[in-house]
Design a protein around this ligand. Structure first.
Ligand code: ATP
Ligand code: MG
Length: 550
């Protein structure tokens, strides 16, 4: 690297390489528990782990931490692998599971027992919890703490053999019940769970705990930098204790960084799961969810997510990132890449009274600054739709669009002016009868008229009617809570409209578009024919979190 590395983790890695601590290449891992879908917080960890390995010519394991058979399943492992790949990262053949190491983990546990460093405790879970002590008071030693090695080995083997019921015994590390760090007060290493595991089936009825498993897996995989979030800082002494007390010849350093917190959403899998289970969203991939699957369905690209992760950086400071930063990254990315077309979401019929014939085909670029995206055909005819709020009978000051006295240009087409405003009995405008200026065709304009405004439109004979889901933030408060989850929801997070979309957009094999003057939209990957709003346009974004109008 010839560039000064920017965050403390990259600086540490450079130092470890310079000082010869790391000789065989950088090895990292991303260790999700397959008990839910990945969210944007995980993306931060993925970008960091895979990112540093890429930058330093190393490798990354995708390791499923599947130590709790009651909560984990294959739907989740598949979704996680798909999401990591979609974000643009590759683990090659380094896809592992904690369960791949169950036998080794068991052997290390016997080793700890043989060395007098672990014991079988026969207290109930409640008693174990009650005797752990508090931050200010030491814990109390278990009456079973001084069982002999032989008795411990015998009991532990019988635990494995299935002779006991759930909760009858646990294996605990024998460290220090008076340690100021509660994690070192004889933590549980194994518990009995007569449960079917989605990979190991019924081979095991004892399962290792996360803190015991994680460090050993890191060591076995030769992880040179075990990067995790700050809540594990207090667990680091246990991570080190386990590796110091078993016979393994590799000891990765655990390095902690702050979790990503994001405004107007929740990030804990428990709460995301509640949203799904309680039917408050349509699923893990609901476009309002902060999950990778939700963001993908919303129309967000992997590039936008990676850009976001790069901008937030990696520190040890806990922080809450503004949702508007994520929206900014999404917008930036789509602004440059998404083709542009026209759709009308609140249609007002326009009839061009002086238009001869049925129509013609105009042509327009897909992107004004990206000629390489090509052009599309655009049907134009005597019956059109414009957006209802692009006409005002009594215009407010500085109104630049169509009024009875003010012509407007139809984007990539002609100038029109109002001839007659047709209303229904209630006084509502139901149609505009207009004249067009044939000599004002875009690109060949000889009319000499310069309009104040340009509006979008679609041709009534060819526009495709499509449901348009206008998504907004899922929550109406910056920091929704578990206790107020339902009240904190934004009641207007989804508005479904019937839109009229330019036919070339529907026919195109592209997924994401800018609907000119409205926002960025994508074709829904699940419900065909539906468009999802990804994000508003910059100029219609209101920082108060309210829905932006068309
Ligand atoms: P949750 O608390 O939401 O259930 P978790 O941390 O238990 O999340 P894991 O599947 O264990 O979820 O996470 C895998 C990895 O992703 C861990 O290394 C964890 O530190 C990291 N991670 C999870 N959430 C975030 C976040 N918000 N920001 C950064 N990294 C995160
Ligand atoms: Mg976890």
């Amino acid at each position: 690297m010839n560039q000064e590395p920017k965050d403390f983790i990259r600086q540490r890695i450079v130092r470890d390489i310079d000082e010869g601590v790391v000789t065989g290449g950088v090895v990292t891992r991303f260790p999700p528990e397959p008990n839910g879908y990945l969210h944007i917080g995980h993306a931060k960890s993925i970008c960091l782990n895979f990112g540093v390995a890429e930058e330093f010519g190393g490798v990354t394991y995708l390791r499923f931490d599947d130590t709790n058979p009651l909560k984990e399943n294959e739907e989740y492992t598949d979704a996680i692998a798909r999401d990591v790949a979609w974000l643009g990262f590759s683990w090659d053949d380094r896809l592992t599971h904690a369960s791949d190491y169950f036998e080794q983990l068991y052997q290390f546990a016997e080793e700890l027992i043989a060395a007098g460093k672990a014991y079988v405790d026969s207290q109930s879970n409640e008693d174990i919890r009650a005797t752990r002590g508090t931050l200010t008071e030491p814990g109390t030693e278990s009456p079973y703490r001084n069982r002999s090695v032989d008795e411990n080995l015998d009991l532990f083997r019988r635990m494995r053999a299935g002779e006991f019921a759930d909760g009858e015994h646990v294996l605990r590390a024998k460290i220090d019940m008076a340690s100021p760090n509660i994690n070192l007060r004889d933590p549980v290493l194994y518990r009995i769970r007569h449960a079917h595991h989605f990979r190991t089936g019924d081979a095991w009825c004892i399962y290792p705990m996360y803190d015991y498993t994680h460090c050993i897996c890191d060591a076995l995989e030769g992880v040179t930098h075990s990067l995790c979030t700050l809540e594990f800082e207090d667990h680091r002494p246990l991570y080190d204790w386990v590796l110091d007390n078993i016979n393994v010849n590799f000891h990765p350093p655990q390095i902690e960084f702050s979790r990503l917190g994001l405004e107007y959403t929740v990030m804990s899998k428990r709460l995301l799961n509640r949203l799904v289970v309680e039917g408050l969203v349509s699923g893990w991939d609901d476009p309002r969810m902060p999950t990778i699957a939700g963001l993908r369905r919303r129309g967000v690209t992997p590039g936008a997510i990676r850009d976001f992760c790069r901008r937030i950086g990696v520190t040890k400071q806990d922080n809450l990132v503004e949702m508007s930063l994520l929206e900014f990254c999404i917008r930036q990315d789509l602004e440059a890449t998404a083709p542009r077309g026209m759709a009308v979401l609140d249609p007002l019929p326009v009839t061009i009274t002086n238009y001869p014939g049925d129509g013609e085909t105009l042509s327009a670029p897909w992107h004004p600054q990206r000629p390489e995206l090509g052009e599309r055909d655009m049907p134009f005819g005597p019956r059109l739709f414009i957006e209802r709020d692009d006409f005002a009978e009594v215009p407010p000051r500085k109104y630049k669009r169509l009024t009875p006295d003010q012509p407007v240009r139809l984007r990539y087409a002609y100038i029109i002016e109002v001839e007659e405003v047709i209303k229904d009995d209630a006084g509502e405008v139901v149609e505009l009868r207009c004249r067009y200026l044939p000599e004002s065709k875009s690109g060949e304009d000889t009319s000499g008229i310069k309009t104040k405004g340009v509006v979008h439109w679609v041709d009534a004979a060819h526009a495709v009617a499509a449901p348009v889901r206008v998504y907004d933030r899922l929550f109406q408060v910056p920091q929704p809570g578990g206790d107020t989850l339902r009240e904190d929801l934004n009641p207007d997070s989804l508005t479904e409209l019937q839109g009229l979309v330019e036919p070339a957009i529907v026919a195109s094999d592209q997924q994401r578009f800018q609907f000119e003057r409205i926002g960025y939209f994508c074709k829904d990957a699940v419900d065909s024919g539906v468009f999802n709003r990804t994000v508003t346009l910059r100029d219609s974004y209101r920082p108060d979190g309210g829905a932006a109008g068309g």
